[in-house]
Design a protein around this ligand. Structure first.
Ligand code: SF4
Length: 289
């Protein structure tokens, strides 16, 4: 595996509890990276030559603003391209947003602002508009990430909280139809997520290893998609094959491939506790760090 990007879940905490959130972001969540964690992650990332980009996301990374700023500075100084994904809750005025963003100018190459009807009453929230204006003024490239509502255009994926909350609002399809993973390159992922507990996620909730126990370089080197107990069935026949191979009880119909995949994984957690981790991504908030 030669990922070009590491997407760091700086924290599982968020100001919101959006219905579509893959990682169950919430003010009630637990798990935040420390500066020491970030230094260790950067050290390991430098030993994987394919890694060029580091994103800071969450949860909501601006909740730990000094750590975010320090992390961005350090990642940029070490030669990584840097991005941030945020809901812009902090952009209470353009002037104030400018102060939040000023220390990041010249270091962040992409400021992605989550704005849609999950985050606000309008597609482009006032916070996102103010953050965009401030970013423009400082020369920070920015864009808006918008997730559609159920029944709208493609783009909604029913995993994480979406698998629990949104599936009652979308058309369902027979489980046998979900014979591929349409959304992730499971054979050769271009990016992986790293969470505050050290889990390296190929898709949220499928951990390939823990970088606080095994170096990222080893995890990348050791990854063999065709031999992985969960990825191999997904490659062979998608979530339908995963469900069949492990004889997981199921419903007749699901919203999408991710819905069947997520519910199947939920049922398999006791069998694959290291891989189907952590609790946070399966909506269990009481987990200890
Ligand atoms: S089908 Fe499964 S592995 Fe693929 S993107 Fe959806 S949840 Fe992830």
């Amino acid at each position: 595996m030669k990922p070009s990007g590491l997407h760091l879940l700086l924290t599982y905490l968020c100001t919101y509890e959006c219905d579509h959130c893959f990682v169950w972001g919430s003010p009630r969540q637990q798990g935040t990276m420390t500066l020491a964690d970030l230094r260790e992650i950067f050290r390991q990332a430098r030993s994987v030559p394919s890694v060029k980009t580091i994103y800071f996301e969450g949860g909501e990374p601006f909740l730990y603003y000094p750590i975010l700023v320090k992390g961005v500075e350090e990642a940029a100084r070490q030669g990584f391209q840097v991005g941030i994904v945020t809901n812009a809750y902090w952009a209470t005025s353009v002037e104030d947003a400018r102060e939040y963003l000023r220390p990041l100018a010249g270091k962040v190459g992409d400021l992605s602002l989550s704005s849609d009807l999950y985050h606000a009453d309008e597609l482009l929230s006032a916070q996102a508009q103010r953050a965009t204006n401030a970013a423009d003024g400082l020369g920070i490239p920015s864009g808006v990430i918008t997730i559609p509502q159920p029944g709208e255009a493609d783009g909604l994926r029913c995993r994480g909280r979406a698998a629990e909350v949104l599936t009652g609002r979308v058309p369902l399809h027979p489980w046998e139809e979900f014979t591929t993973c349409p959304f992730e390159d499971l054979r050769a992922p271009g990016r992986v997520h790293v969470d505050p507990l050290g889990n390296v996620h190929i898709c949220q909730g499928i951990s390939l290893g823990n970088i606080f126990k095994n170096d990222l370089a080893n995890i990348c080197e050791d990854y063999k998609a065709e031999q992985h107990p969960l990825i191999a069935p997904l490659l062979d026949g998608g979530p339908a094959e995963l469900s069949t191979r492990y004889d997981v009880p199921r419903e007749e119909k699901y919203a999408d491939a991710c819905h069947l995949c997520y519910q199947t994984r939920l049922a398999l957690r006791d069998r694959f506790p290291q891989t189907l981790a952590p609790d946070q991504v399966y909506g269990i908030f009481e987990a200890s760090q």
